[in-house]
Every structure is written in structure tokens, then in C-alpha cells.
Design a protein around this ligand. Sequence first.
Ligand SMILES: [Cu+2]
Length: 204
Amino acid sequence: MSPLRRPSRRLLLAGMLAAVVLAAGSTVGLAAGSGAFGGQAATGTRAPTPALAGAVVDVTLTDMGGGMMGGRSGPGSMMGGQTMGGSGRIGMGVARVLVSQGAVSAGTVSLRVRNQGAATHELVVLPLPAGQPAGARAVGTDGQVDETGSLGEASRSCGAGEGDGIAAGTMGWVTLTLQSGRYELVCNLPGHYQAGMHAELDVN
Ligand SMILES: [Cu+2]
């Protein structure tokens, strides 16, 4: 190799290093952004779905069997190691409802719900009383919360509205007319609410 080439090689190497550092940095940023499951951040890749009316809110459902990275993540996944004490009888562990945005304009709203977990889930839209945070509902002995006042749900695999649940790895969706107010998005399969499957969505 000619000595003349060295500087450019060094530059190339520096560039590669910078790229690696940048990539590492963005990975960390991503992990920090979506790793805080108390928060609402969740984007991920978009899957093909029918054109949905109104404002579209992406909702991601996760559980310990699935994880955010897709596929079968092991105990080292982002939710690994955590367990819920007394979270119901099905050993659900930690599960989450992640919303792409915390607020949306009143009117026609479509929820596009992706189940990234290993179990079947659903998404039910309930009004959230003033002053009450998401996750504070009373859970019955059946492991479920009261659905009185429900505005609708996405619980059909690869389809709209109510069904038998959104199977793992599939999506469901629902289009609703939402007045301004606070809403709670829950999975009401037995034990899932207690496992953490609730999130707030505000409508302005
Ligand atoms: Cu669930």
C-alpha cells in the first residue's frame, strides 16, 4: 500500500468509528425513549393496515414474552427481570399499553393496535374520571375492571372492532368518535390490567 493512502484510510477509519459511535448513541437514545415503560413512548415500525379515518393513534401492546425488539426475546429483554407481585392468576408478569401520543384532537380517532407480546390482548377505551390516574381502577376477583361506559374496543385479530382478542403478532383497530376528555386504554383480559396494561389518552 502506498503511504499516500494512509491518511485517507485513517479518515475512513475515523468516519467508521464516528458512525459506530453515532449508531451506539442513537441506540441508547432509543432505549431511553422507549425503555421507560411508565411513559407513553412507542413508535416502532408501521405495519400495513387499511386506511383509517380521522386522527390515527398507534398503540403497542407488550408483555414479557414479546418485548419491544420483536421476536422471542429472552430474560434479557427490556422488561426482563421484573415481576409483579400478586398480579393475578395467569402469571402475566409485566405487560404494557404504549401509546404513540398522549393527546389527540376531538372527533374521529382511530386506534391502530399492534400486539407485540406473546399473549393475546385487547384494547378497551374507558372514560377516565377527573383526578384519577390510569391504572387506579378496582380489579375484581375475576382479574378484570368494570367496562361500564366503554366507548369501544379493538379486540379482533387483523380486523376492526370487537372480536376474540388480538392474537400475538397481529393488529386490530377501531375508529371512534371521542369528545374532549380523558380516557384510559386498557387490556381487560383477566389479570392484564393489574399486570400494567393501561395508558392514558387525552382528547382535546
Ligand atoms: Cu392483555
